[in-house]
Write a protein that binds this ligand. Structure first.
Ligand code: FES
Length: 117
């Protein structure tokens, strides 16, 4: 069974902004990245850093040695303490898909941002 928590009116979470809420027994940060909404745990699983203060960027990926490409623009949340990188689409770190933060479904209903946990 899922629970639903109200975050705010969509107007209160414009593109480029973020909000931290208390829900599901912890802190969750909700991002509006160019109109796409993401919600993940706000505490980094490495050493407790504040992911709510992380910058959002892309990532340099390599399919083969010496050939790098920039990808995942506006999908990567970087922990401000030691730089772990999390894909906002999955919650997983880039270095190990089995390591990451909980990711939550976000919906907008009648202009209200909701998070399902
Ligand atoms: S606390 Fe987040 S990378 Fe170390």
């Amino acid at each position: 069974m899922t629970d639903t928590v109200t975050v705010c009116d969509l107007d209160g979470l414009p593109p480029g902004s973020r909000r931290v809420i208390e829900a599901f027994g912890g802190q969750i940060v909700v991002f509006n990245v160019a109109g796409r909404l993401y919600a993940v745990d706000a505490v980094c699983p490495h050493a407790g850093g504040p992911l709510s203060h992380g910058r959002i960027t892309g990532a340099r990926l390599a399919d083969t040695p010496f050939e790098h490409r920039w990808d995942l623009e506006d999908r990567i949340l970087v922990c401000p303490w030691h730089g772990w990188e999390f894909d906002l689409e999955t919650g997983s770190t880039l270095f190990d898909p089995g390591v990451g933060v909980a990711k939550y479904e976000v919906a907008v209903v009648d202009g209200t941002v909701l998070v399902n946990g």
